[in-house]
Design a protein around this ligand. Structure first.
Ligand code: HMG
Ligand code: MG
Length: 281
C-alpha cells in the first residue's frame, strides 16, 4: 500500500464562503475534531482583508483557541506581508501564498495581475524564510477560469514553476471552479511536471461537476501523492461564481482506500467531523 496524504482545508476553504457569520467557537470545535482524525496538515485560517472575506476575520481567534495536536501543522493563507505578520503573530505553523494561472481570476481574487502578485509574494517569502516558516503555494484556475475560460497548461506551468523557484515547499494546483476533466487535468499535469517534480505538487479539486475523484485518479497516475479536501464537502470561493465545495475528505479517503492507498486517517472521526461541518452550513 502506498501512502497518499489528504491535506484538510475545510476550516478555511470550506468555511470561507459560508454566508452565516460562524462563531469562532464552532470553528475551533471543528478543528479540534479534525486534529483527532490523523491529518498532518490542516488549513484553519486566512489572513486576508476582512472586507474581501468577512468569514475569515476570526482567524487569529481560531488559531488561539484550538488545542494543537503534536505533529500537526496548522496552516493559514497569507496574500501579502501584512497577512504573513498576522499569521506569524497568531502562531500559524505554515502559511500559503495564492496566485492564479489566469489574469481574470487573479484580478477578481487578489486585485493584482499575475506579475504583480508574484512581486507581492517576494517579501512574504523573505519574511517566512527569516522566521523559518514553511510556505506552500497555490495556483488557481489550473484548467478553467470563471472569467477567461480555458487556461493553457503552459501558463499553469509558468506560475507553478515561479512559486516553486521562490521557495514554496509544495505547490497545490487548484481546479477552482471544478470544470477540469481527466483530459484537461492530465494535459495540465504533463506541462507542470516538466518544471516542478510531481512529489512537490498537490491536487486541489472542487467538485462542481462531480469529476473530482476522476481528476484525482489521473493525478495519481501523474505521480501526485497529496490531495486537498474539505470535510463534509464544504465550501467554494467567493470570487469564483458557481464554484462548489472542495471534494469531500471522507469521499477522497474512501476512494483512496478502495484503490489500496493508506491515508492514515481515522474514518470514524472523519464521519464525526463531516457531520459537524455539514451542521455548520
Ligand atoms: P486590495 O484592496 O488591493 O489591497 O486587496 P489594499 O492593500 O489596497 O488593502 C485594502 C484594504 O484591506 C485596506 O484596508 C488594507 O488595510 C486591508 P482599508 O484601508 O480599506 O481599511 N488589508 C488587509 N487586512 C487584513 N489582512 C490583510 C490585508 N491586506 C490588506 N492581509 C488583498 C488585496 C489581497 C488584500 C485582497 O484582494 C484580499 O484580501 N483578497 C483575498 C481573497 C480571498 O481570500 N479569496 C479566497 C481565498 S483563495 C481560494 O479560495 C482559492 C484556493 O482555495 C485554491 C483554488 O481553489 O483555486 C486557495
Ligand atoms: Mg479552493
Amino acid at each position: 500500500m502506498s501512502a497518499v496524504e489528504i491535506f484538510e482545508v475545510g476550516p478555511r476553504d470550506g468555511l470561507q464562503n459560508e454566508a452565516r457569520d460562524i462563531p469562532a467557537s464552532e470553528k475551533i470545535a471543528l478543528v479540534d475534531c479534525l486534529s483527532r482524525a490523523g491529518f498532518r496538515r490542516i488549513e484553519v485560517a486566512s489572513f486576508v482583508s476582512p472586507k474581501w472575506v468577512p468569514q475569515m476575520a476570526s482567524s487569529a481567534e481560531v488559531l488561539a483557541g484550538i488545542t494543537r495536536a503534536p505533529g500537526v501543522s496548522y496552516a493559514a493563507l497569507t496574500p501579502n506581508l501584512r497577512g504573513f505578520e498576522d499569521a506569524r503573530a497568531a502562531r500559524a505553523d505554515e502559511v500559503a501564498i495564492f496566485g492564479s494561472a489566469s489574469e481574470g481570476f487573479s484580478r477578481a481574487n487578489i486585485n493584482a495581475t499575475i506579475a504583480e502578485s508574484l512581486e507581492r509574494f517576494d517579501p512574504v517569502m523573505e519574511a517566512a524564510k527569516a522566521a523559518q516558516i514553511p510556505v506552500r503555494g497555490y495556483v488557481s484556475c489550473v484548467t478553467d477560469c470563471p472569467y477567461d475560460g480555458p487556461v493553457a497548461p503552459g501558463q499553469v506551468a509558468f506560475v507553478a514553476e515561479r512559486l516553486f523557484a521562490m521557495g514554496c515547499y509544495e505547490v497545490s494546483l487548484g481546479d477552482t471552479i471544478g470544470q477540469g476533466t481527466p483530459e484537461t487535468v492530465a494535459a495540465m499535469l504533463a506541462a507542470v511536471t516538466q518544471s516542478v517534480p510531481a512529489e512537490r505538487l498537490a491536487g486541489h479539486f472542487h467538485d462542481t461537476a462531480g469529476r473530482a475523484l476522476s481528476n484525482i485518479d489521473v493525478s495519481l497516475e501523474a505521480g501526485l501523492r497529496v490531495f486537498d479536501a474539505a470535510v463534509g464537502g464544504l465550501g467554494g470561493c467567493p470570487y469564483a461564481p458557481g464554484a462548489a465545495g472542495n471534494v469531500a475528505t471522507e469521499a477522497v479517503h474512501d476512494h483512496l482506500t478502495a484503490l489500496g492507498h493508506e491515508t492514515g486517517l481515522d474514518r470514524a472521526v472523519l464521519s464525526e467531523a463531516a457531520q459537524m461541518a455539514r451542521a455548520m452550513r
